[in-house]
Design a protein around this ligand. Structure first.
Ligand code: HEM
Length: 474
């Protein structure tokens, strides 16, 4: 292998590779984006690593990332195979969407999911109505804390997961519901299992996964979460009526009915459970973490919170529920939400890509099958683009007249063919939840509490360390 790597001329530079483990010691897998920032300073915007014998190239900075994901979108559209998911059912024609290989099945499932999410706006309640309704439940739950210090995390998680639940199963859960509590608990365990050195090692040396009991032991939470999804889907199938589509699961089951062609395009039972798990995994933690960053920044910058509230009072008032139409008249609030996403940097290294064919980027040769890490953090904090990259500064998104502007380097949802599929839903949730919360409450730091940390805790997403807050009714 080393011989082959040496033969490639113009392969990106990188640290010296050690036998067997490659360059794995150079990366802190609990904070990979911080290691990448250091390596970027030494080797430039495109550098190479080696996880055991897997070739990895890391792309940094807006210019490089845009060139790869936008101008050479298909070259970088594949995903590396992830052996550690095999034990929950990933395999041929059953890969869900998030980690599916680039090709026909992924295209069909992505197209179907995008259009099904969009079509929920037709007929009955729109997605926006559902989010608005959930924001009302969230505010009631916050009210019942009666101004006492509490950790907002659980309530926000409940609200965001409920949006996914209504989309997939057509119903929401009460925040105290035992089934719901179990679902959230299992989900959190399954996410925590993916961070750190061990899962990385198992992925690049999948033979270790063949040792009896290893996947079951290391990924116990993932298995339990998938078993739980199975229970929910099976319950749903009992009440399924093809003449009446209630939600995403029903729409998927209807596709499965269409026979062999649909089967070829990936509409099978295994994919229903995997796509469902994908929507939970990709859609809930990211959005709820962003909302927790938003409240944390409001605690740390009370003057910014007051300005947002003044705009809410002026445009919406204290009684009417916020709607997406209000957004255009609220440049300051929009700027604050965008700055929360930029500075909060919830998906600092996005999801791994893989080159679909041999390609070339800024003079470097990158062969087909190379794992590509998009250092989104280096884009959102690119010193060549942002005036104050390492400060919370909503003015990044305002022009001289106070109008909202969006710099091109705002890429928290990534870009190109594999860009986030839930961007519209996420934006809807962030705007409606954030404005409804600030319309009803002022968030303050409890007197006896230390100032919360601004640096994140990394476990696929980067989230705030736990903090307590008081919600004072307005
Ligand atoms: C992929 C960010 C919310 C569904 C991604 C990626 C990022 C991202 C960085 C990787 C893109 C790439 O590989 O280049 C975010 C952020 C969110 C959010 C910051 C919230 C603030 C959502 C929601 C959903 C969702 C609400 C669904 C309901 C997906 C899916 C993919 C994805 C399915 C995989 C797309 C593919 O591989 O084709 N997201 N996301 N995301 N996201 Fe999101």
């Amino acid at each position: 292998f080393m011989k082959r790597r040496k033969k490639w001329s113009h392969y990106p530079p990188g640290p010296v590779s050690l036998p067997f483990i490659g360059t794995m010691l150079y990366v802190d897998f609990c904070n990979p984006h911080l290691s990448f920032n250091q390596l970027q300073k030494k080797f430039g915007n495109i550098f190479s690593l080696q996880n055991c014998w897997t070739n990895v190239v890391v792309l940094n900075g807006y210019k490089t990332v845009k060139e790869a994901l936008v101008h050479k979108s298909e070259d970088f559209a594949d995903r590396p195979y992830v052996p550690m998911y095999e034990h929950v059912g990933y395999g041929n024609k059953s890969e869900g969407i998030v980690i599916a290989r680039y090709g026909h099945v992924w295209k069909e499932l992505r197209k179907f999911t995008l259009s099904t999410l969009r079509n929920f706006g037709m007929g009955k309640k729109s997605l926006e109505d559902r989010v608005t309704e959930e924001a009302g439940f969230l505010c009631s739950a916050v009210s019942s804390e009666k101004g006492r210090p509490f950790d907002l995390r659980f309530l926000v998680n409940n609200a965001v997961c409920n949006v996914i639940c209504t989309t997939i199963y057509g119903e929401r859960f009460h925040y105290g519901d035992d089934t719901f509590k179990k679902l959230l608990h299992l989900f959190e365990n399954s996410l925590n299992e993916e961070a750190g050195f061990l899962p990385q090692l198992l992925n690049v040396v999948p033979i270790l996964l063949r040792i009896p009991g290893v996947p079951q032991k290391v990924f116990r939470g993932q298995k339990a979460f998938m078993d739980f999804i199975d229970v929910l889907i099976n319950k749903h199938m009992e009440t399924w009526n093809p003449a009446y589509i209630r939600d995403f699961s029903d729409a998927f089951l209807k596709e499965m009915e269409k026979g062999k062609m649909a089967e070829e395009s990936g509409f099978n039972y295994n994919n229903l459970r995997l796509v469902t798990a994908d929507l939970f995994a990709a859609g809930s933690e990211t959005t709820s973490t962003t909302l927790r960053w938003a409240v944390l920044y409001m605690l740390l910058h009370p003057e910014i919170q007051s300005k947002v509230q003044a705009e809410i009072d002026k445009v919406i008032g204290r009684e009417r529920s916020p709607t997406m139409k209000d957004q255009v008249s609220m440049p300051y609030t929009s700027a604050v939400i965008h700055e929360v996403q930029r500075y909060g940097d919830v998906a600092p290294i996005g999801l791994p890509h893989m080159t679909y064919r041999d390609t070339e980027l800024q003079g470097f040769f990158i062969p087909k099958g190379t794992t590509i890490i998009i250092n989104l953090s280096s884009v959102l904090k690119d010193e060549a683009v942002w005036e104050k990259p390492n400060e919370f500064y909503p003015e990044h998104f305002l022009d001289a007249n106070g109008q909202f502007v969006k710099p091109e380097a705002f890429l928290p949802f990534s870009a190109g063919r594999r860009a986030c599929l839930g961007e519209q839903l996420a934006k809807l949730e962030l705007f409606i939840f954030f404005t409804t919360l600030l319309q009803k409450f002022t968030f303050v730091l409890p007197e006896d509490q230390p100032r919360p940390w601004e640096d994140g805790h990394f476990a696929l997403t980067s989230s705030p360390h736990p903090y307590l807050v008081q919600a004072v009714p307005r």
